[in-house]
Each structure stands twice: as structure tokens, then as C-alpha cells.
Design a protein around this ligand. Structure first.
Ligand code: FES
Length: 311
């Protein structure tokens, strides 16, 4: 696992009552460069445990002197977003993992159709800076709740003009109309709530879009569940996974974790073989057949008293 970078919060801005933007600068030296669609993991010390939440970098990839993230306050969170909203102040230091990119725009696309729901706008902020610099053909469809999850709306309106299509909550929207009869070589990208992602993918599939031209990113952070015991087959070690902790976090606390990238059950990095115990699978990576053998500890967890892992 790569060494965390130490950064300082240089500015903090409340974009809406639910979305707080933080700008991060290096404590020493410089930051690694990043490409549009990259995210970082922010390490959040919450009492005795450390959460790592993934956030898209919203700044300009051409300027890696600073990183910028926007954090949506989640009411049902395990405390990570609340910590970044309420505890972190300008001047504070945070540990982050270097940028990784699982959601890069395709350079050969003739048309980029971006579909964002709420905080799902964040990766597209970096996309737009890079794509507009390249004078790429791009349009943005933004679904939001006015005054709550409409971060950057004015800036986007100014920057995109008629290429921004706005859908305030309650506005009728026909995804098929967005995706129908697009030029060959178009790519669609979507980020936001799972139901939006599912709707975009289903509509694209119904209209005959090849899967290779439909891209999506979901940062569904680990949700709490019941506590259970974890046993590691190779070392014989036993660990307790608490209700508010992910299986991956329990492994990290014990220093035996697999690598992780998305921490949302989509990238496949943390795949681990399970040997015994009932599993609640919450990932979007494994097939049913694969889930019989493997799990994604960043999101999935035991739903019985004990889980035995091949670690
Ligand atoms: S870290 Fe990506 S699936 Fe677990």
C-alpha cells in the first residue's frame, strides 16, 4: 500500500448546506499529478478507528499544486462526511492516499455525454476542465435538488451555456431522449446515486449502446451492519468487526489488508477469498458465481456470527 501524503486544508467553502469544498495543499514538497476522473482516499481518524473515504478530485488536472474535493454530508454515514464538514478547519492536516483513476474519459470519443446526479458532479468538474481545454465535444446533464445538491451550478451554467441541461428534482426527464440517435463514437459517463446509474445503463442497453461506450462511477461507501468475528485461516488470527467498521478497515487495523482503490465495491482491487460464514455481498464487481468464492471487504461483510477468510 502506498505511503499516505500529508496535506493541509488551505481553504474551505460551503457550496450548499450539504456540500463542503476543501482545498488541500502539500505540507512539504509537491503533490503527484492527476488526470480527470481521479480520486483520492482521505484518512479520517474517528476515535479509535480510521475510515478512508474516496473523493473525486474536482480541480484542474493541469494544476497539481493543490487538490480540491467536495464532500456531501451524508445523514446516514458512519461519521466520515460529518467529520469533514464539522471537525476539519482551515490549517488542519489530513493524510490522503495518492490519486488513482478508475473513471477516465475516453480520448477517442467524438461526443462526451456526462450525466451527474447530485454530488456525482464532482468527477465531471475535472473532466470539463480538461475536455474544454481540448475543445472536445461535451454536454452535461445535471440532476439536483435546488439549494441542497446543486453544487457548482452557476459556474457550470457560465462555462457551458446551452451545453448544460438542468433537471431540478421533480423536473420530468427522459433518459432515452438523451441517449437516442447519438453519433457513432459517442461515450456516456454517469456518476451519482445507484438508481441513476442503473437507469442510464438500462436505457443505454435498451437503445443498443455497446457496453464499451457506457461508463459509470459509484462511490458507495461502506454501510454499517451487524458486528461479527473474523478469523484468518493462514495466521489463525481472530478479529472483531464492529457495526460501524467495514471488514476492510478491520483488516487494515490489524495490518493484513489487501490493496484497495475505490473502497466502493467496484474496482476489484480488494478481492479476497472467503472460506466459511454467511456473507452479505454489496459489491458491483463480482458475478453471482464469483461471490460464492470471493468477497469485496471494502463494502461486503458477514451477516452471521463468524467469517473465515483465506488470509
Ligand atoms: S477497493 Fe475497490 S472493490 Fe474494494
Amino acid at each position: 500500500m502506498s505511503t499516505p501524503l500529508q496535506v493541509r486544508v488551505s481553504t474551505a467553502r460551503l457550496l450548499t448546506p450539504l456540500v463542503r469544498e476543501l482545498t488541500l495543499v502539500p505540507c512539504t514538497g509537491s503533490l503527484p499529478g492527476f488526470s480527470s476522473g481521479s480520486h483520492i482516499q482521505v484518512h479520517l481518524p474517528l476515535g479509535e478507528r480510521t475510515l478512508r473515504n474516496a473523493y473525486s478530485l474536482t480541480g484542474d488536472p493541469a494544476d497539481s499544486h493543490q487538490y480540491r474535493i467536495a464532500v456531501r454530508l451524508q445523514q446516514a454515514s458512519r461519521g466520515g462526511s460529518r467529520y469533514l464538514h464539522q471537525q476539519v478547519a482551515v490549517g488542519d492536516t489530513l493524510a490522503i492516499s495518492p490519486p488513482a483513476n478508475l473513471f477516465a474519459p475516453r480520448s477517442t470519443a467524438r461526443l462526451h455525454i456526462l450525466i451527474a446526479g447530485g454530488i456525482g458532479i464532482t468527477p465531471f468538474m475535472a473532466y470539463l476542465k480538461a475536455l474544454q481545454r481540448q475543445q472536445a465535444n461535451v454536454e452535461l446533464h445535471y440532476f439536483y435538488r435546488p439549494g441542497l445538491t446543486d453544487a457548482y451550478l452557476d459556474e457550470l451554467q457560465e462555462r457551458l451555456g446551452p451545453r448544460l441541461h438542468r433537471y431540478a428534482a421533480g423536473t420530468p426527464c427522459d433518459l432515452a431522449a438523451i441517449l437516442r440517435e447519438r453519433p457513432l463514437g459517442s461515450h456516456v459517463y454517469t456518476c451519482g446515486p445507484q438508481r441513476l446509474l442503473d437507469a442510464v445503463r438500462d436505457t443505454a442497453s435498451t437503445l443498443g449502446w455497446p457496453a464499451s461506450r457506457v461508463h459509470w462511477e459509484a462511490f458507495s461507501a461502506a454501510r454499517p451492519g451487524q458486528p461479527f468475528e473474523l478469523e484468518l485461516a493462514r495466521s489463525g488470527q481472530r478479529l472483531q468487526v464492529s457495526a460501524g467498521q467495514s471488514l476492510l478497515e478491520a483488516l487494515e487495523a490489524a495490518g493484513v489488508a489487501p490493496p484497495s482503490l475505490c473502497r466502493g465495491g467496484v474496482c476489484g482491487q480488494c478481492m479476497t477469498r472467503h472460506l466459511h460464514g454467511e456473507i452479505e455481498h454489496r459489491d458491483h464487481f463480482l458475478s453471482r458465481a464469483e461471490q460464492a468464492e470471493f468477497l469485496m471487504p471494502c463494502v461486503s461483510r458477514g451477516c452471521g456470527p463468524r467469517v473465515l477468510l483465506d488470509l
